[in-house]
Design a protein around this ligand. Structure first.
Ligand SMILES: C[S@@+](CC[C@H](N)C(=O)[O-])C[C@H]1O[C@@H](n2cnc3c(N)ncnc32)[C@H](O)[C@@H]1O
Length: 430
């Protein structure tokens, strides 16, 4: 079954093929291409429960692999497909009448982009778009989209482009730009970020949600939908290492009959995910049962109470970066996000926390109401093969002698990296 991003990409290619066939003068440059993708993404966003920014991102990733990965394979933001020369050309021709452009959204955007480019900030244009959109109090994805349109000189954004930026807005914007010049992640500056089909509060040092984790949610969603046909069937999900609450909250929103318990060893993460659950009205449902709860615990020490039912599904985006790769992370990641959220432990393979989770899986799922013992995880692309070899594939007889947990499947992310694994308990000790 093809993912939403896969279908989106194919539709984009067809769209571009026909639009370039109709307009011979349309060149497939970054600019024209991205504009087509953005308009297409708007239509697609109306049809799917995925934010437009997610679709824009997946479309860009598909047509142009200009995605940056650290050597560990962790995804960073796509580079905006607007060329620097375009920006310079645009700003010199348009800056002739300074009085008109002085305090407009358009001039603020160009000024911010140039400042970030010159200061060596990461993803300068993308950053200026997000920061200004936030200062103008536009909705995260829509505002960002309008800012892109302005940078692309799109006539549809003319009204916003010519809006005045007030002095107080300009003061905040400049403060934001200064923070970005110090490589602070956009998510921490604007204190929120879109994930899946909702918005999460973000705060240092809790890990900012990443787009590939949305794919993990999609995978788990597909699996649960296949497994549970009765919509009133209650079940329990455990999210290990909840961070902002991204995965557990997305699943709680998707499955009203589920009860999600999230654990994290970081008090900041537990507090933030609880805050996010409250904003999303997921702390309690109308009948008073807990839809989402976050508690402070490490994977290795978390135990079920004696009378507590087991978990039917366990999901995790654990810290997984091998220690030797930590020095390759960019300043925005290593200086602001928690080390414990990133580094997978002292072992060279970065699998310490993953192994804690695997060791605990049989106990956590032993009293599963559905009799399932499924574990879905996001990992480093070097790790699926290590896990497959050490645990054994579930269908092989040999796997039984190796461990109580076996390897079911691996899955690639939208950039073709082996990013996700599914494991399961093959036997519970008597
Ligand atoms: C990569 S982040 C993932 C955060 C969130 N789930 C997401 O996808 O955005 C890993 C999280 O696991 C937590 N963590 C690290 N080691 C842990 C452990 N041994 N037990 C439980 N949580 C842990 C970190 O504090 C961090 O919040």
């Amino acid at each position: 079954m093809m993912s939403a991003e896969g279908i989106a990409f194919i539709l984009a290619i067809l769209y571009l093929f026909f639009s370039t066939a109709r307009h011979e003068s349309t060149s497939i440059s970054g600019i024209t291409m991205s504009r087509s993708l953005i308009s297409l993404s708007s239509s697609l966003a109306n049809a799917w429960p995925v934010k437009r920014s997610t679709i824009i991102r997946s479309l860009w990733c598909g047509y142009d692999n200009r995605l940056k990965f650290s050597s560990s394979g962790r995804y960073e933001d796509p580079i905006l497909p607007i060329s620097r020369s375009h920006l310079n050309r645009f700003s010199t021709t348009k800056a002739e009448d300074e009085s008109f452009y002085e305090s407009t959204v358009k001039s603020a955007l160009v000024m911010g982009s140039k400042m970030l480019i010159e200061g060596g900030a990461f993803e300068p244009e993308l950053s200026a778009c997000h920061l200004l959109s936030h200062v103008l109090q536009l909705q995260v994805s829509n505002g960002f989209y309008h800012m892109l349109q302005i940078l692309e000189n799109d006539k549809f954004a003319r009204e916003i482009a010519n809006r005045e930026v007030t002095n107080s807005q300009m003061t905040i914007y400049k403060e934001f730009l200064q923070r970005r010049l110090k490589h602070e992640p956009i998510q921490y500056i604007i204190e929120e970020w879109d994930f899946y089909d909702f918005t999460l509060k973000c705060r240092a040092p809790v890990l900012c949600p990443r787009p590939e984790t949305e794919e993990l949610v999609e995978w788990v969603k597909e699996h649960i939908r296949q497994k549970i046909k009765n919509p009133s069937q209650n079940f329990r999900i455990l999210d290990v290492g909840c961070g902002t609450g991204a995965i557990g909250l997305a699943l709680a929103r998707l499955f009203p009959q589920a009860s999600v318990l999230a654990i994290d060893l970081s008090p900041e993460a537990v507090a933030l995910s609880t805050e996010n659950a409250k904003i999303l009205n997921l702390l309690d449902d109308v009948l008073g049962s807990t839809r989402y709860q976050a508690i402070l615990s490490s994977a290795s020490s978390f135990k079920l109470d004696d009378d507590e039912p087991g978990f039917d599904f366990v999901v995790s985006n654990p810290p997984y970066i091998p220690p030797a790769d930590m020095h390759t992370l960019t300043a925005d990641v290593i200086e602001y996000e928690s080390y414990d959220a990133l580094c997978g432990g002292e072992s060279s393979d970065g699998l310490d926390v993953v192994r804690d989770i695997i060791n605990q899986l049989p106990e956590w799922t032993r009293r599963s109401v559905l009799g399932t013992g499924d574990l879905f995880m996001e990992v480093d692309p070097t790790q699926p093969i290590i896990l497959q070899k050490s645990l054994g594939v579930c269908v092989d007889e040999l796997a039984k002698s190796k461990s109580n947990v076996c390897f079911v499947q691996r899955r690639n992310d939208f950039n073709g990296k082996e990013r996700f694994v599914r494991l399961k308990v093959q036997q519970w000790d008597k």
